[in-house]
Design a protein. Structure first.
Length: 320
């Protein structure tokens, strides 16, 4: 069967156009109306045209959830009206066709705008990779969406201190509300000096870098405790850069918990959706902005600027 959808196509750096296209939906697929798709910071490199070898036009979006509108004749176990996530892209579109193997069921009671399966599974994986032991001190550098969710997964596990670092005062306040015991703004204090003072010269057992930039990686390496501290690279380091590793003689165990790190992606999805449905991942505080599909460019600009009050934006493709 053929169905039509509207897709936001990136036609050149920083410019989207809405286009209508026809899609062949197979008998072993379902047709899903996209209700929400998160704007991921990893997509900025495409939005700005900086990804080597990329071509326009480009359809994007991988953090979407929606509602099944049609079920193929060969599909079992799914029905019209089921709420689903972890769909194939492009998510910045009115609809997607999906195979049942690519679906995850949204828990009852979880707002569809908050059921962003792909980043939730990533956050679950990052929290597990960051797992603290009783009495550890943890440092979070970067209080954006992924950093805050990762930190939220550590709260209540017997952590001695959770030190959150960011240059945005609003995000530091959110971090404190979510359980950070100390917040530091590098524009106001020497972070290395403060962390060493707080830990009485010992340093931290776990450092979570959630910016994707080289300077915070160096900062983390300077405050990691010896021996065998844990460094968790939540940020996506997707552009060439120079990294100073001269402080890494502390024997750090480095985790890079991105998709290829997962031993069981389905289990990460289950845990992520569970955490969101139970409020462990505080999605009501995380999703701060919503945009119609026609305003997707405005959404990306706001995500790029990271202005105060913004943490996570979602595009609502079927908003009128």
């Amino acid at each position: 069967m053929k169905r039509k959808r509207v897709v936001a196509m990136l036609v050149e750096p920083r410019r989207f156009e809405l286009q209508e296209e026809e899609v062949e939906v197979r008998s072993d697929q379902v047709w899903v109306r996209v209700e929400a798709c998160g704007i991921c910071h990893s997509e900025m490199v495409f939005y700005l045209g900086k990804w080597q070898g990329m071509r326009f036009p480009l359809a994007m979006g991988h953090e979407h959830s929606g509602v099944i509108e049609e079920v193929g004749s060969e599909v079992k176990g799914w029905q019209v009206g089921d709420r689903v996530t972890c769909l194939p892209g492009p998510g910045f579109a009115s609809h997607v066709a999906a195979f049942p193997a690519h679906l995850a069921r949204v828990p009852d009671g979880l707002d569809i705008d908050h059921a962003l399966g792909e980043p939730l599974q990533c956050a679950a994986r990052c929290a597990r990779a960051s797992a603290v032991e009783f009495g550890d001190t943890a440092l979070l550098i970067g209080c954006g969406f992924m950093g805050l969710l990762t930190m939220a997964g550590l709260v209540g596990n017997g952590t001695a201190e959770i030190i959150a670092v960011d240059t945005n005062s609003y995000r530091l306040q959110v971090a404190k509300e979510l359980g950070a015991t100390v917040t530091l703004n590098p524009r106001e204090v020497d972070v290395v000096e403060e962390v060493m003072r707080i830990t009485e010269g010992r340093g931290v057992e776990v450092a979570i870098e959630a910016t994707g930039k080289p300077e915070p990686v160096e900062l983390a390496s300077r405050v990691l405790r010896t021996p065998r501290p844990k460094l968790v690279l939540v940020g996506w380091h997707n552009l060439p850069a120079t990294y100073n590793l001269s402080h890494w003689a502390n024997g750090a165990v480095v985790h890079n918990p991105h998709p290829a790190y997962a031993l069981n992606p389905e289990e990460d999805i289950r845990r992520g959706l569970w955490a969101a449905s139970k409020g462990v991942f505080p999605m009501r505080k995380m999703v701060t902005h919503r945009f119609a599909l026609k305003d997707i460019g405005k959404g990306f600009e706001m995500a790029m600027l990271q202005e105060e009050g913004y943490i996570k934006g979602v595009v609502k493709p079927n908003w009128l």
